[in-house]
Design a protein around this ligand. Sequence first.
Ligand SMILES: [Zn+2]
Length: 283
Amino acid sequence: MDPAPTTEGNLDNSHRTRDWEKMNCLLDHIPGIIGNRDPKTWYKTEAIDPQTIAIREYRYYQHNIHYLIMGTERAILLDTGPGLSDISAVTSQLTRLPVTALATHGHYDHIGNLHLFERIAAADIPAIREHCEGDEYHSTFHSSVSARRRAFTVTEWLDLSKPIDLGGRQLTIRHTPGHTNDSISLHDPDRGYLFTGDFICPLPNVFGKILMGTSLPDAVASARMLATEFPESRVFGGHTGFLPPRSLQDTHEALEEAAEWAEHGSGIMCSFQKGDMRIIASK
Ligand SMILES: [Zn+2]
């Protein structure tokens, strides 16, 4: 068993975006300009339980949250941030287990530190394979919404029909297009955790709580599948904070309404709210 992780901060939704953090948005791609990126102060960690650690990139304007998910034999680091600060320096302090890095999707703010890890997993789905030459993944502006090219070598292709075995802990993997075509979600059946990346996550802005980059029908189908298969799960998104189980059903219902509007409604943009879940859909 690993040493107990240190808890250095709280993961609440009250963080205010300071002016200098907003500047990161503009300066993401200019190395060296943003001040101190020491991992010790760039990240804060919080134990969801002794084997599940949220690593919050709280000084980054997008308030990313990455998850170190540990079994007895190995660990998964789910998402790695934009690559502004070395997250492997944090994971090496949290566990002596071999860590495999895995991104929920290919956007630049999730794959930026993948190359720091010897073990990199990817879901074996066409939306990811199409960016690969063999095992070499190459991002494009379209795939990562960034001018900065990212490349890494996939060392483990994940078969979605089989769980990821971490030793005494298994994770179910699902393809959940909606935010992007390559989005995946992980479910921990024993703990009732569902890690959804950016498909379902609270956002500290006017864009609602789901960011859709692909088709509404895809998003509806993904939300329906998650709400049906994992209805009582706590939802851990890729930014800002956590969501209660009800958010899955709320997401599904809001998306169903949005899809109905997209087919038959008027206007070019509309907001849909169910409970705390709000989405803004456009035609
Ligand atoms: Zn994203």
